[in-house]
Design a protein. Structure first.
Length: 383
């Protein structure tokens, strides 16, 4: 398969409502989409990256710049015939965090194109010992006022989903109201994870301990900023209450994850495709966690389009041993999408493989172009 050119789009996706977290205002997202065109337009592969500056330092502009640079790398497979070429390309970069969204986007587009050419799903390129035909996603409650949370809880209950990830902020009273509202709506029939997105300082973290204990919260995700000097003290206290701490923002590279495991302050890891640098890097982290007996979940970033949702679905289906799955929120989160297929999960959060080759989705080119910034769309021609 001969790749003729690579198109790069900067896309703005509007949300159906406010889906804010402590570190980001949630009204829309900006994603980078790569379109790999091969064999005179016969095959088109797509990939997506969602840069989050406060985690990896990446911005939409830096991801586009990296993609332009990486397509000129000697290992970029302009003549693509085997998946090993994609792995060689993904492996040629240093194990840092600064280029993860760009690597993810290119790797994904190449996998999608090759799988379409070979008439298979991208899942077939990975080991299947822990593969499953169905998984069950949980739901996420954003930072919001009580009435908004009640409305979301009603919708989630109607979907028969009881695994909830509740976003926390910097205001104790708002956090308390959120937890109590969720408990009011679900009673004890819910599995709650709290996620402050590293927004708490020492005093605020310790103030939450009685609340966490009272409502029997079992998992707390990345509560404090990286390298917070009081975190070890808090970790010891919260673990004594039987709470599992899950690393997210600090678990970006395999090196990071090894350091986290060695320190022993976190007992669980959140793995995300774009943040961790694509399938190759994410699965290396997961394999390491498996060897250490460390539990993990497959997560997502706020504002993924159907492309990244489809890729996340594939990663989830490769990991029946993950404790939780987040993602495929398209219908609930996005006012407009760029895939023709609805990648949203069904009742109970149940989801299975997407039909079709590659990622299993077809792009709505009209939406892609309407939601893209034409001034920042670039084309990279075959050398």
């Amino acid at each position: 398969m001969q790749i003729d050119k690579v198109n790069v789009y900067k896309v703005s996706l509007p949300f159906t409502g406010d889906f804010s977290i402590s570190r980001l205002k949630g009204l829309s997202s900006i994603i980078i989409v790569v379109e790999v065109i091969s064999d005179h337009g016969e095959i088109k592969g797509y990939g997506e990256g969602l840069p989050v500056e406060f985690i990896t330092g990446e911005t939409p502009a830096s991801v586009v710049k990296d993609i332009k640079l990486f397509t000129h790398n000697n290992l970029f497979p302009w003549n693509l015939n085997d998946v090993s070429q994609i792995w060689d390309f993904a492996d040629c970069f240093p194990n840092g965090k600064e280029h993860n969204a760009a690597i993810c986007t290119l790797e994904m587009s190449l996998l999608d194109a090759l799988a379409k050419r070979q008439g298979k799903s991208i899942i077939e390129y990975f080991p299947k010992e822990l593969c499953t035909n169905s998984i069950f996603y949980g739901a996420t409650i954003p930072l919001a006022e009580k009435q908004r949370i009640m409305e979301l809880c009603k919708m989630i209950r109607k979907m028969r989903i009881n695994k909830l990830r509740v976003k926390m902020g910097k205001e104790f009273k708002q956090n308390q109201d959120a937890i109590e509202t969720v408990k009011l709506m679900f009673g004890d029939d819910c599995d709650i994870r709290l996620d402050p997105n590293s927004a708490w300082d020492r005093d605020l973290a310790f103030k939450h301990i009685p609340l966490i204990k009272e409502h029997k919260i079992k998992i707390l995700e990345e509560p404090m900023i990286p390298n917070e000097p009081n975190f070890a003290e808090f970790a010891e206290k919260i673990q004594a209450e039987g709470v599992i701490l899950m690393a997210c923002e600090t678990a970006i590279t395999l090196t990071n994850v090894k350091e986290i495991v060695n320190k022993g302050l976190y007992q669980m890891i959140n793995v995300k495709l774009s943040r961790n640098g694509g399938f190759r890097r994410a699965l290396k982290i997961i394999e390491y966690l498996r060897t250490k007996g460390i539990p993990f979940q497959i997560g997502c970033s706020v504002g993924e389009s159907g492309i990244l949702s489809a890729a996340g679905r594939a990663l989830c289906l490769l990991c029946k041993d993950a404790l939780y799955y987040d993602g495929s929120y398209d219908e609930f989160l996005l006012k407009e999408n760029i895939t023709k297929e609805n990648v949203t999960f069904g009742q109970g959060g149940k989801a299975g493989p997407l039909p079709g080759h590659g990622l299993g989705v077809e792009i709505n080119m009209q939406n892609l172009k309407q939601l893209s910034d034409p001034a920042e769309t670039i084309t990279i021609l075959r050398p």
